[in-house]
Design a protein around this ligand. Structure first.
Ligand SMILES: *Cc1c(COP(=O)(O)O)cnc(C)c1O
Length: 237
């Protein structure tokens, strides 16, 4: 058989990766006694081509995560033919809030109440509530954004009064360690935080944790949504 041209080869790889990842997630659900289908896959498409996203959309995938507003808006406008759900997972800057609130279904990276309030204020009336996750920093002082565990309850409670957003859960960034145990310990703290909020009467359904690098630890510790980029699309451009 003649080898496929490089570009086509890569696109077929993406669909293979999608199927492999779904199977892997299912295996991990079983291994860690998670309910089948309880872990959703968010395809992180930052710095990946529109063609790559189309390939996954044609394969039936609908949830995509983006980090950079302008890049995301360009992609959205070329993909309006597909019923995609866009999640903003990047650093939130206050001058970008208005457009983010108007174009995304979810924002995972809400790291303080001021940002949550601004998102609610700018969410257009004719759109459904904006789904948000609070970003928790398990390593305060590392400068990567997010609130400390001790702050989460207060911010979560205040979010319940914001009219145009719906608090869905918690999120944390990928961990900077290769040790499964250390990854699990950190995700365990996030999960504890999540359960404490629920015990205090705040109902949540989304624990956004885990990337290509720490998928297993995240599923072991209760993630309900994993955000996968490179393991799906290959290296970023
Ligand atoms: C880029 C990114 C991911 C995906 O990381 P991969 O290692 O490519 O799977 C997940 N979450 C956030 C917040 C990201 O910025």
């Amino acid at each position: 058989m003649r080898p496929l041209p490089r570009q086509v080869q890569r696109l077929t790889d993406i669909v293979l990766n999608l199927n492999r990842l779904k199977a892997h997630i299912e295996t991990l659900e079983t291994k860690y006694h998670r309910e089948k289908g309880s872990v959703a896959l968010l395809a992180v498409s930052k710095k990946q081509s529109i063609q790559s996203i189309k390939t996954l959309a044609d394969a039936g995938h609908t949830q995509f995560g983006e980090n950079y507003l302008q890049e995301a808006l360009t992609k959205m406008s070329s993909l309006t033919a597909y019923p995609l759900e866009w999640h903003f997972i990047g650093l939130l800057q206050s001058n970008k809030i208005r457009k983010i609130a108007a174009h995304f279904a979810w924002v995972h990276s809400v790291s303080n109440l001021k940002l949550a309030t601004a998102l609610s204020e700018h969410r257009p009336e004719n759109m459904p509530f904006l789904n948000i996750c609070l970003q928790v920093n398990l390593n305060p002082g590392d400068g990567r954004g997010g609130m400390a565990e001790e702050e989460v309850f207060q911010v979560a409670k205040a979010c319940l009064n914001l009219p145009r957003i719906r608090l869905r859960g918690l999120m944390c960034l990928p961990l900077l360690t290769d040790s499964l145990n250390e990854q699990r310990q950190a995700f365990h703290r996030l999960q504890t935080c999540y359960q404490q909020l629920q015990n205090q009467g705040i109902s949540l359904d989304t624990l956004s944790a885990g990337t290509s690098h720490d998928l297993e630890a995240a599923i072991a510790e209760g993630a309900t949504l994993v955000r996968i980029g490179t393991a799906l699309f290959g290296p970023r451009e």
